[in-house]
Each structure stands twice: as structure tokens, then as C-alpha cells.
Design a protein around this ligand. Structure first.
Ligand SMILES: [Mg+2]
Length: 390
């Protein structure tokens, strides 16, 4: 079996004006994704999805990565990853058993393109084996606890918003530290109090600052949040300040989570060495695909750090995250978006199996187990321009 073609197709979906709202990230006007297709000489087609700016990712895939992947056997998935990561140095790197990453591919959109291809390669590989992808990776479970991820409502409105997540059956819910009413510690506490009223004492509550706070403010907020039984405080500070995140962690009893904006196991190694982390949140489509996230899972487990994969984007990304959760022993929970995300729910033929007790179940179909709807490429035509405006 040989890979005959690797291609990338930019996709978008606009956010309707009435659903747009300003957060610390700006105002989201559309969502982008890049569909990756890997075709083989025996007629299989694997799909993946890449984060990043679609036209840039498409250029990286077609000009840089596809020539290195075409002609390879998808069962040699580690080789394909190492070829993409090491570029022209792949052969001497593998011969010597070292990493000699291509300078431009270690992080950023090049790694997001690599991750998208890697997901599609694993889809093809598991299809060829005739088994679900998580079983090809090595299954540890076939269902996992999901958590509702949302929580932007201002003030007392957080009670109904978070309460709504709990009434869907979720036993854990996450809210943003910065609400639609902006940020102050007082505003945040008011919203957390309201959220706690809405979900009651027995549903876990997490908070996410999107890396937007300074260390001192994050510590002050963490201390103020301690009475509310917070299951984790996510991205208290920028991912560029691992040492600062470790300071926050040392200053509070609330577990610290981060990782959605980190690339490869090397970024996680630094977080672990700095003791900055209780819960690791790699994104399969950013950290390096299924090949690299599996290494991150093993690495984090050696530090007693649990895995809660970040899953925010298209249905393909969520499908790959399901297979990650089912094959990572230290994964304890999976993110289930509550945001406006048509490419999560309307892109694929097969619905996700999210039950009324908040658990997410793995598909029993071969490969990724999800296929693109016939009208997907017409429906989600690429729209130029940035996703967020200020
Ligand atoms: Mg987050």
C-alpha cells in the first residue's frame, strides 16, 4: 500500500451577526479549517484537519510536505511523521536515532499542517487494518467522560448558561474567566458564584483564562476562586511564560491546566520540568497529530499529569480527539464544545455519540469512523480574511 496523493482544501463557516460577541480573543466572524485528504493506491481515502490559516496551510502541505509523504506506506506512520518533522535531515536523523527538526517545522502552521496530514495517515492506516483508529493506536477504553466547554455569559446570566450544560447531563463544565462583560476579579467571582448556583455542588466547574492574565493577577484570582471548588484553572498566563505558570501553580491549591497552544512533546517537556502543570491539554491538530500526542500522553503520565485533550474546531478534529482519549491511559476527560460551531456538527455523515450522562463514546467503524458529507465542500467554502477582528 502506498500513498498516492496528499491534498489540502480550505474551508470556512461565517458566524452570523446575531451570534457574534466580543471576548478577550476579539470578535469571531468566521471559523476556518483545512481539510486534508490522503489517498492510497488501493482506493482508500483518509481525512484529517489542520488548524492555522487555510491558504498558508494548503501551500505548506502541497509544496513542502506532500512530496515527502507521497510514495510512503501509511502503516509506516512514525516514519512519515519523522520525515515531515526532520525534512531534508530525516535520513541521517533516523539513522543516528536523533531529532534534527527542520527549522521552520517545529512549531506554528508548519506543525499544524504536519498534524493534519498525520491524522489522515492514521485514518487510512486504521481503515487498512479494518479496525477503529483508537484500537489501532491501542485501546484503553471505548467511552470517556465529556465536559461542556463554554461559559461566556455576563454576571448572573452565567447561572442559566452553565445550568443549561449540566441539564444536558454533563458532570463537568468549563467557563471563561473573561466574560462578555469583560474582566475584573469581582466580575469573575460574580459569574463563578452564579455558575456554581446553576450547576449545584456536585458538577465539576473549571475556569479558562485563555492565557490573558499577568502572573500576579492570576495568583490573586486563583486565591479568590479557591472557596468555589474549581477543578482546574486553565491557561492562567500566556503560554510563553512557563515559569510564570509554575509560580501560579505553586501559589494555589487549584490544579493548573494548559497545553492547547503548545507544539510537540518538547514544549510539554518544558512545562513538566518547570512543574507548571497538573493537567495537560494538547490539541491533536496543533501539538503534532496522533503520532506526537501519543508521545505527549506517555511523557505527561510519567509526571503524574493527566490528559484532557483540547478539542475546538471541526468535527474531524473532534473525531481525532475521541480516538486520542480512548487510547491514552492518563486521559480522564474530553472537551465538548458549546460554542457556535457548524463544522463540528454539520460536516460529517455520522453523528457523534454523546450520551445523556455526558459521556462520549467511540465509533465502532474502521479508521476515524467519520466521513465527509457530500455537500460539505459546497457548504463550507473558504472565506478570505482573519477569524477574529478587534
Ligand atoms: Mg482553553
Amino acid at each position: 500500500m502506498k500513498i498516492t496523493k496528499v491534498s489540502a482544501i480550505p474551508m470556512s463557516v461565517p458566524v452570523p451577526v446575531e451570534k457574534r460577541h466580543r471576548t478577550d480573543l476579539g470578535t469571531k466572524v468566521k471559523s476556518d479549517a483545512t481539510l486534508i485528504r490522503v489517498e492510497t493506491d488501493n482506493g482508500l481515502v483518509g481525512i484529517g484537519a489542520a488548524l492555522g490559516s487555510p491558504p498558508v496551510v494548503k501551500a505548506i502541505v502541497e509544496h513542502e510536505l506532500a512530496p515527502e509523504v507521497e510514495g510512503e506506506n501509511p502503516l509506516f506512520s512514525e516514519l512519515i511523521f519523522e520525515k515531515m518533522y526532520n525534512g531534508s535531515r530525516a535520513e541521517p536523523a533516523l539513522a543516528r536515532g536523533v531529532t534534527q527538526a527542520d527549522e521552520s517545522r517545529r512549531r506554528g502552521m508548519a506543525m499544524e499542517a504536519i498534524a493534519g496530514i498525520d491524522i489522515a495517515v492514521w485514518d487510512v492506516k486504521a481503515q487498512a487494518l479494518g479496525i477503529p483508529l483508537y484500537q489501532a493506536l491501542g485501546a484503553v477504553r471505548s467511552s470517556v467522560r465529556g465536559y461542556a466547554s463554554g461559559g461566556w455569559a455576563p454576571g448572573d446570566e452565567a447561572e442559566a448558561e452553565l445550568g443549561g450544560y449540566a441539564s444536558k447531563g454533563f458532570t463537568a463544565c468549563k467557563m471563561r474567566v473573561v466574560g462578555r462583560d469583560g474582566f475584573s476579579i469581582e466580575k469573575c467571582l460574580k459569574r463563578v458564584e452564579a455558575a456554581r448556583r446553576g450547576i449545584g455542588p456536585n458538577v465539576e466547574l473549571m475556569v479558562d483564562a485563555h492565557g490573558s492574565l499577568e502572573v500576579a493577577v492570576a495568583i490573586k484570582l486563583a486565591k479568590a476562586l479557591e472557596p468555589y471548588d474549581i477543578a482546574w484553572f486553565e491557561e492562567p498566563v500566556t503560554p510563553d511564560d512557563h515559569a510564570g505558570q509554575a509560580e501560579v501553580r505553586r501559589a494555589t491549591t487549584i490544579p493548573i491546566a494548559s497545553g492547547e497552544r503548545e507544539f510537540t512533546r518538547f514544549d510539554f517537556a518544558d512545562l513538566l520540568e518547570k512543574r507548571a502543570l497538573d493537567i495537560a491539554q494538547p490539541d491533536v491538530a496543533r501539538a503534532g497529530g496522533l503520532t506526537e500526542i501519543r508521545r505527549i500522553s506517555a511523557l505527561t503520565s510519567t509526571y503524574g499529569v493527566r490528559l484532557a485533550p483540547h478539542a475546538w474546531g471541526s468535527g474531524i478534529l473532534f473525531a481525532a480527539s475521541i480516538h486520542t482519549a480512548m487510547s491514552s491511559p492518563n486521559c480522564h476527560i474530553l472537551e465538548v464544545t458549546q460554542g457556535y460551531m457548524p463544522m463540528m456538527w454539520d460536516l460529517l455523515n455520522e453523528p457523534f455519540d454523546i450520551r445523556s450522562d455526558g459521556t462520549v463514546h467511540a465509533p465502532d467503524r474502521p479508521g476515524l469512523g467519520f466521513t465527509l458529507r457530500a455537500d460539505a465542500l459546497d457548504k463550507f467554502k473558504y472565506l478570505p480574511g482573519p477569524e477574529f477582528v478587534f
